[in-house]
Design a protein around this ligand. Structure first.
Ligand code: SF4
Ligand code: SF4
Length: 384
């Protein structure tokens, strides 16, 4: 999928699916429940019913709820032999119902301001027993070690994401400090609270998303202040996925050339491993790593290169995504149990679990001690 225009133009007729069921083998909600209703194939049949049958309000709501349990992890796209994108059908079908339109409205309100965003996440985190990140500053010896690395001439834009402007601002601050110490010539963009509008995109309201995408990219361009920007660093894999895949046209139009969009933790870890050339910063400290579903990066390998002993979760959907953390609590709980199932003893022994997705860190904190990967790095680099 190249960009948002493809997203709009994709055929989303559920009948295109040949019902082979291959997609079930990787769908986390099907694997967690064994229920066909929660598989890509089952949801395509449900989409067909919503679109073509004359359902009453109760039936529509029940089917809407079934579609709503999709986490938009995109795994079905990777396994479908016809390269279908079932999750696109689900979000667009949902948006044709009254409940889907309410979902879009709620998404718009949540991301409309820093206050609404912070408040809604603070309330839901408290209700669901999730812990917000703490503002623990990295040690001063770490900061001293990196002072003096010359800045590169290439200007980079860093988008902290809606999380980074609000409840994950301690992590965004660490990212900024690390970028500075690594000599990256960057500017935080946009300068104040902003959202890439992923919640609008994933609620299926494509027209609203496109308008917002244009506005968002214009803000980025303004912050470049005439400098030639070739790279945008983004806090979190889902926002990276959205900007990279669904704003390509807008970026090319504003910047007049191709822009590389990279997740900031991935960029920082790569830069550090390149700089250290095999030297280690950890003497084999054990960590658990959770790779978020939208992440393209093999972060475990980089952390091993830095000396960590890394165990990785093999169930890739922790139950945060697709608004599950907010709305579909039983599915969200089931996916969390599946993700952490094989680490029960490690967690009891005090093992900490890390991820580069703010959403995953929140969800994991409900059952384990969790933190962002950049918090980990900022604590260990003082050993260099
Ligand atoms: S793998 Fe593709 S064609 Fe087969 S059931 Fe799933 S969505 Fe349909
Ligand atoms: S996007 Fe993920 S959760 Fe949704 S149907 Fe596809 S594999 Fe299942």
């Amino acid at each position: 999928m190249e960009n948002i225009r493809d997203f709009n133009e994709l055929i989303f007729d559920p009948l295109v699916c040949v019902k082979c069921g291959y997609c079930k083998s990787t769908c986390p909600t099907y694997l967690a429940t064994g229920d066909e209703r929660f598989s890509p194939r089952g949801r395509l049949i449900i989409s067909y019913k919503i679109l073509k049958e004359n359902l009453d309000i109760k039936e529509t709501f029940d089917f809407y709820r079934d579609l709503d349990t999709c986490s938009k992890c995109t795994e079905c796209e990777r396994t479908c032999p016809l390269e279908l994108k079932p999750y696109i059908t689900f979000v667009r079908t949902k948006n044709k119902t009254l409940f889907g339109k309410l979902e879009t409205l709620m998404a718009k309100i949540t991301i409309s301001s820093k206050t609404f965003f912070s408040l809604s996440f603070k309330i839901i985190s408290k209700t669901r027993g999730a812990k917000l990140p703490q503002d623990n500053e990295p040690s001063s010896s770490f900061q001293e070690k990196f002072t003096g690395v010359p800045q590169s001439s290439e200007k980079v834009l860093f988008f902290p994401s809606c999380f980074g402007y609000t409840i994950f601002s301690p992590v965004a601050k660490k990212a900024e400090m690390l970028l500075k110490k690594l000599g990256v010539n960057f500017v935080v963009s946009p300068a104040s609270f902003s959202c890439c509008s992923a919640p609008i995109l994933l609620s299926g309201d494509m027209d609203s998303f496109r308008k917002r995408a244009e506005k968002f990219v214009r803000k980025l361009k303004k912050d470049a202040e005439g400098a030639e920007v070739k790279k945008i660093l983004v806090n979190g894999p889902t926002c990276t996925w959205v900007i990279k895949n669904f704003m390509k046209d807008e970026l090319e139009k504003e910047f007049s050339h191709e822009i590389e969009v990279k997740e900031v933790s991935d960029f920082i870890l790569s830069k550090i491993t390149d700089m250290l050339k095999g030297r280690k910063i950890s003497d084999g400290d054990e960590i658990i790593l959770h790779k978020p579903c939208h992440s393209e990066v093999r972060m475990g390998e980089k952390l091993r290169e830095l000396g960590f002993q890394v165990k990785e979760t093999d169930f890739y959907c922790c139950g945060f995504g697709g608004s599950m953390f907010f709305k579909n609590w039983s599915m969200s709980d089931e996916l969390l149990r599946k993700t952490l199932g094989s680490f029960e003893q490690d967690i009891k022994n005090g093992a900490k679990i890390f991820s580069n997705s703010p959403g995953c860190v929140l969800q994991l904190s409900r059952s384990a001690s969790s933190d962002h990967i950049l918090s980990l790095i900022s604590q260990y680099l003082n050993k260099i």
